[in-house]
Each structure stands twice: as C-alpha cells, then as structure tokens.
Design a protein. Structure first.
Length: 248
C-alpha cells in the first residue's frame, strides 16, 4: 500500500476518533506515524500535534454549532493547562523515548479503566466550580505536555468524572482543551523535531479534518454510555500495544 494511501486511511481513523469521541487522536496518530509511515518518535510527536490541532479546531466548530461546548469550563481547563503543558514538554525532551512510551501507556490504561468503572448518567449534571476546573486543567496540561499529545483521552474522563459534564458536552468541550494544549506544546516541541515530511502530514491532516465531521454525526447517533465504553476499549487496546512495544 502506498504511503499516500496509508496517510489518508490513518488520517480518516484519527479524525473519526476526534469527531466522535473527543479524544484519542494523538493516541492513534503517533503509532500510525511511527509504525505505518516511518516517522521517528520525535517527528511523529510533533506531526501528530499539528494534525490534532487542525482537526480538533475543525471538530470544535461543528460541536459548537450543536451546543455541545461548555465554553466557560473549557476555557478554565485550557488556560490553567498552558504553563504546565509547556513545562511538561520541556521536561519530556530530556527523557528517553522508551520511558515516555511506557508512561503514556500507563496513563492511557488508567484513564480507560476509570471510565469503564464509572458509567456516565445522561441526566447527571453538577455545578461547575472554577477552582476545581482550573486544578483539573493544570494537572491535565502537565500530563499532556509531558506525553506530547493533545490530551483528549484524559480531558474527556476529567470533564465527565471530575466536573460531571454529560458525555456529549465533555466531548465537545474537550476539543477546545485539545486545541489550546496542542498549540502550547507545539511552541516548545517544534524546534527539536527536525524537518517534517509534509507530503505525508498534509494528506493525513486533510483526511482527518474531513472524517471528523462524520465522527461528530456518529456521536449524535450513539448514546453517551456506549460512547464511553467505545472510548475506554480503544484506549485499553492502544495502551496495551504501546506498553508491549516499550518493554521489548
């Protein structure tokens, strides 16, 4: 299969995940760029942030038009996470890739298990406390900056479990957090990644943006608890794969 076709297929899968689940894009993009498209880990991390930033911003618009974005909560999350995300990205540059891969797999697996053990109730709505939102956002920013991902796979569980947003609102709001955190991490990581293969990155990004629209429609057709289970299973599979690769 040609590199262009692989890039288009992988981009479509990443976009579908972001549009439907509000996360998982970087989780899927990084392995695809490394194992399917031959990127180095450093280049794959930077390229995935570019891809996920562009796709998340597009998906954010479509979710916002449906009223699925909680702007106040998302802004608090995103603003609180910017400095920790940048600090985490700077620290990650000093550590071996194998350690980062193992840490990434562990965090993804824990987030998935939490979602499987804590089912979403569609009618459950809690008042948003600014201090709690800011604290969770700062923690999320630190972890996502350190791991070099957009952070949707952590933002969705945090928005659901910590702040009590309904699943669809958490998905839409997480896209705002992903966009801002990815941009913050990119400002630190771009210089050390070396030149990127834009012949791969550009079609990957385009396919992801187009597929995100279909993912958004999918999220509207499936109930919140089912989306949560799908999201958790995807995270567990990716975590197992990456942990196996890290310890080989």
């Amino acid at each position: 299969m040609s590199t262009l076709v692989l890039a288009l297929v992988a981009g479509a899968v990443v976009g579908m995940a972001l549009g439907a689940l509000g996360g998982g894009g970087s989780v899927l993009a990084v392995p695809a760029l490394i194992y399917l498209l031959g990127f180095t880990p450093a280049a794959a991390t930077t390229a995935s942030l570019i891809i996920v930033t562009a796709t998340s911003a597009t998906a954010l618009y479509t979710h916002a038009t449906s009223g699925n974005v909680r702007w106040r909560t998302g802004t608090l999350f995103a603003a609180a996470g910017i400095p920790p995300a940048m600090a985490g990205a700077a620290l990650a540059a000093r550590l071996p890739g194998q350690l980062l891969t193992a840490a990434f797999a562990a965090v993804a697996g824990l987030a998935a298990l939490r979602m499987l053990k804590s089912p979403v109730l569609e009618d459950e709505v809690r008042p948003v406390r600014p201090a709690r939102a800011a604290g969770a956002g700062a923690s999320l920013g630190a972890v996502t900056g350190f791991l070099g991902v957009g952070g949707g796979f952590l933002a969705v569980p945090a928005l659901v479990g910590v702040l009590g947003l309904r699943m669809r609102a958490a998905i839409g709001t997480s896209l705002l957090v992903i966009t801002v955190n990815s941009l913050a991490a990119l400002t630190v990581r771009t210089g050390g990644a070396g030149p990127l293969d834009w012949a791969v990155v550009a079609p990957f990004t385009g396919a992801a943006i187009l597929a995100a629209r279909d993912g958004k429609r999918l999220s509207a057709a499936i109930k919140g608890p089912a989306l949560q289970r799908i999201f958790a299973v995807v995270l567990l599979c990716v975590a197992a794969f990456m942990l196996t690769d890290a310890i080989r």
